[in-house]
Design a protein around this ligand. Sequence first.
Ligand code: NAG
Ligand code: NAG
Ligand code: NAG
Ligand code: NAG
Ligand code: NAG
Length: 376
Amino acid sequence: MGRTQVVLLYIVVAVLLLFLISRSPNKTPNHRSRRLKVRSTFNFNPAASLDNKHREHIPFDPLIADIERRREDKEWEKHYFQTSHKEIVDAPAAEAQPEWEDFMNAEDYLNDDDRFNVTNRLVVLFPKIDIDPVDGYVTVHELTEWNLNQAQKEVMHRTLRDMEVHDKNHDGFISFAEYEPPSWVRNSNSDNNSFGYDMGWWKEEHFNATDADGDGLLNKTEFNDFLHPADSNNPRLLKWLCKEEVRERDTDRDGKLNFKEFFHGLFDLVRNYDIEEHNSSQISDNMMEGSAKILFGQLDKDGDGYLSEEELLQIIGKLHPSEKYYAKQQADYIISQADTDKDGRLSLTEMIESPYVFYSAIFNEEEEYEYHDEFR
Ligand SMILES: *[C@@H]1O[C@H](CO)[C@@H](O)[C@H](O)[C@H]1NC(C)=O
Ligand SMILES: *[C@@H]1O[C@H](CO)[C@@H](O)[C@H](O)[C@H]1NC(C)=O
Ligand SMILES: *[C@@H]1O[C@H](CO)[C@@H](O)[C@H](O)[C@H]1NC(C)=O
Ligand SMILES: *[C@@H]1O[C@H](CO)[C@@H](O)[C@H](O)[C@H]1NC(C)=O
Ligand SMILES: *[C@@H]1O[C@H](CO)[C@@H](O)[C@H](O)[C@H]1NC(C)=O
């Protein structure tokens, strides 16, 4: 054998060895390569959470949701004291260290296979999701309902936390006098031009539309609607939201939307929504204006060439996608990833075979490099 051939042989052997080592069965790479990371979902600027592009995934597992919630509450408390009660900030600062340790412990816990076994979690959760009907399969509908339920709990938790701050007389209700617009609205701009406030959010009309029983007070449900109008079932509040939508787009200030005002603003939102739903991509500019005209015609029920607030009600769910929309989107994603036999639903076995799809909300890809460290 020549020198080159010997060198080549060595290289082949080395590559084969590496390949074998990396596949060695005692390493269960699918599990060890991943690290679950507790997210900090608390957002100091709620304007971003009203912006659909910055949405956080809903945790699939209530146990994760609980850990994240507790962490978020702590951050929120700290932030709240720093901004609203500057005078007592110095005192709790000493507690910063233990908080961090709690967080580290939670993360260690999640990544300890013996204590937090994702297979066992899925086995426990499966019968809670497979309920409509109980048939040994999780359908898109069941998973959507599950996600929606998780999301609603999350949203209500934040609402109640907010309520504590605003409910100054602690009677469990918010009056308009008690309600103060969020600090980032008040502080950011003295000319009232910051997000939302220039429209009508957090003003009395918004409050009155939310107050379904008209008693001048918002209870928990109503206050939650106040903060998340698009998720509400209150027709008056949805109409108010349409009115705000018209106000924002109505450049000639005639109180309704002509085709131009619709095309340069709303249509893109509806179209993006429909693309995600039906995957109808690749439309040229001309076709786009054409399909905008068709949609405009369909929405303009009285055919006066304008869209009124009432007529916008038909698409308000697309202009402000609701929790239900995101819950369905996340369910579709999970099923597309885990449904190995492509029957459109998940068996427990399929779920257990792709456990990290369910934990993708907290799965941290950057940490994947840790795996490679193992066979150095
Ligand atoms: C998780 O639990 C299952 C069933 O109880 C067990 O077979 C599996 O080995 C456990 N996984 C780990 C990584 O401990
Ligand atoms: C901002 O809005 C508040 C409440 O509506 C009002 O009292 C104040 O005058 C406004 N400030 C400016 C600069 O418009
Ligand atoms: C809101 O309702 C209260 C009480 O019914 C009323 O006095 C007030 O004028 C209303 N405000 C607006 C802006 O509609
Ligand atoms: C709050 O009031 C509404 C009526 O406006 C009612 O439907 C709802 O059940 C109440 N919620 C709670 C938690 O009492
Ligand atoms: C959906 O979009 C993807 C990527 O744009 C494309 O490959 C696929 O064929 C589309 N599916 C349908 C049903 O249109």
